[in-house]
Design a protein around this ligand. Structure first.
Ligand code: ZN
Ligand code: ZN
Length: 182
């Protein structure tokens, strides 16, 4: 994958946020401040103070935007959606080295809220995916009862399930049973 480590992390954070929505086939798990805090910790979204109900509302609104981007029918539609997001997001590029990661660029502005931080870093990561012509790496799970999204980092862009241990395994077992019945 031509994307740097921090890009991959930002894309994973965007996918995880989309997958918190009930439309992807599970319960909505981003329903309170504690869940938002856990999500931000999981994705090492740094430099934030404590999060509030207002942050939760903003991040849930951003989630709806990312849902639209992931569901965009083609790259052109994604470009339009991302430009709307990037235009309204404060962005301040800054070179940084932290927590043992190599030198990379952060895009969130000083004093950014949780939603602004995610909009900047995830928005730019999604923009780079388009620039690198890697848009097709944004996928929706191929299992019929699962609409989780994921970023396919495999060399040959061959990944089809959100999780090989759950959906992948389930589908392999179903295919095996279907063959046995045939
Ligand atoms: Zn960083
Ligand atoms: Zn799945």
């Amino acid at each position: 994958m031509p994307l740097s480590h921090d890009m991959v992390c930002s894309l994973a954070a965007a996918a995880d946020l989309v997958n918190s929505a009930p439309e992807t086939g599970g319960p909505d798990w981003l329903t309170d401040v504690a869940a938002l805090h856990a999500y931000l910790e999981r994705h090492q979204v740094s430099g934030l103070g404590s999060v509030t109900e207002a942050d939760l509302a903003e991040v849930r609104a951003l989630r709806a935007t990312f849902q639209e981007v992931f569901a965009a029918p083609d790259a052109g539609a994604a470009v339009t959606l991302l430009n709307v997001l990037l235009e309204r997001t404060r962005i301040a590029a800054r070179l940084t080295e932290h927590d043992g990661w190599p030198l990379h660029v952060h895009y969130f502005a000083p004093g950014a809220s949780a939603a602004e931080h995610l909009a900047a870093d995830c928005g730019v990561a999604l923009a780079h995916l388009l620039v690198e012509n890697e848009w097709e790496r944004l996928r929706t799970c191929a299992a019929p009862d699962c609409d989780k999204v994921f970023v396919d980092e495999s060399r040959n862009r061959s990944r089809v399930y959100c999780d090989s241990r759950t959906c992948g395994n389930r589908m392999h077992v179903a295919a095996y049973r279907a063959r046995r019945r045939a």
